[in-house]
Design a protein around this ligand. Structure first.
Ligand code: SLL
Length: 256
């Protein structure tokens, strides 16, 4: 038992999670039945496992993260009653109605065996659909248009890494391997429904995270890295030319 509190040095182990929110526009009927009639949306903010359960209507959430997460504290905007919401078991989520977007603080406390400090994520609660840039449309479409566009999904993928974990915590983690992400999309649903072409395909559907998305992100980073290097080379060249010119001009000055 004693050696269970020993750290396994040099070992890193991670768990893939997503955090974010889903939001829908309230129907007129729903609005009328609420105590706050100025509320326009119903939303859910959550921390979930990255993989989605097959045929589920939920983004992510295939695995119950309760084996390593003890508590998630969602800190809502101060306009909410009791803005600090503690959730002590899966699903780690809060559902509310409201009228505005704001930043949610998401604090994750790990099980006692982990000996890990809490971590904090920040998520901008998204209610309004993304609009096409430069399309001349207003930034937030009117509610009736937004309602037709279907639910808004705003989710961030992340990996919680544990370095030098305690042996007892490592045992817990390895006993619960995460459901792997699918290689490619099994459902033709994009995350960003702003593009009208993707709107039809996405209707009523639920997006999911895939391994392909990770590959695409790596490719985008690599392209950006090459661009930065090319720009640096270009400006270094310009600097060298300018310095030469400066020297030339200085030599032409009368007291030289
Ligand atoms: C904004 N900075 O002005 C943001 C604040 C606050 C959102 C958004 C409901 C609160 C209640 C609610 O949606 N608060 O229950 O009245 O857009």
């Amino acid at each position: 038992m004693a050696n269970e509190r020993v750290r396994v040095r040099g070992l890193s182990i991670f768990r893939p999670v997503i955090y974010g929110n889903t939001a829908v526009v309230l129907t007129e009927k729903e609005r009328e039945s609420l105590p706050h009639q100025d509320h326009t949306h119903r939303w859910t903010v959550a921390v979930r496992s990255a993989a989605s359960a097959p045929d589920s209507e939920t983004v992510g959430g295939a695995d119950d993260l309760g084996y390593f997460i003890k508590r998630v504290t969602f800190k809502l905007h101060d306009t909410y009653a009791n803005p600090t919401r503690n959730v002590d078991k899966a699903p780690f989520e809060v559902s509310e109605t409201g009228w505005g977007e704001f930043e949610v603080q998401i604090r994750i406390n790990f099980v006692a065996e982990s000996g890990e400090k809490a971590i904090t994520f920040y998520h901008h609660l998204k209610l309004h659909p993304w609009t096409v840039l430069g399309s001349g449309e207003p930034e937030n479409p009117p509610l009736d248009v937004a309602a037709k566009m279907g639910p808004v999904h705003s989710w961030q993928y992340d990996e919680i890494v544990f370095n030098d974990p305690f042996q007892s915590f490592l045992n817990i983690l390895t006993a619960h391997p995460p459901t792997p992400l699918p290689k490619t999309k099994s459902r033709p649903v994009p995350f960003h429904t702003a593009n009208p072409a993707s709107l039809e395909a996405s209707k009523g559907g639920v997006p999911e995270f895939t391994q392909e998305m990770e590959k695409e992100e790596a490719e985008r980073l690599e392209t950006a890295r090459k661009q930065v290097i090319a720009e640096q080379d270009k400006w270094r060249q310009i600097l060298i030319e300018k310095e030469k010119e400066l020297t030339r001009l200085q030599q032409q000055l009368p007291n030289n």
